[in-house]
Design a protein around this ligand. Structure first.
Ligand SMILES: [Zn+2]
Length: 61
């Protein structure tokens, strides 16, 4: 199984898709990308509303 998180599914106009074999692995990639490319902070990413939006956008394949 692969976990995918497309940046565009979180409302950002960006073609990046984070992938990982586990949720944690994928989230690590997604968080790194969000910080480096979109300037998000840990505080913003750990916000419960943001966490909910992120989890809603995750696809399992
Ligand atoms: Zn992005």
């Amino acid at each position: 199984m692969t976990y995918n998180l497309a940046c565009k599914d979180t409302g950002i106009d960006c073609p990046f898709v984070a992938q990982g074999k586990t949720m944690d692995e994928m989230m690590e990639v997604a968080v790194k990308h969000a910080k480096e490319k979109h300037g998000y902070t840990d505080e913003q990413l750990n916000d419960p509303k943001m966490q909910k939006e992120i989890k809603a956008a995750v696809k399992e394949e």
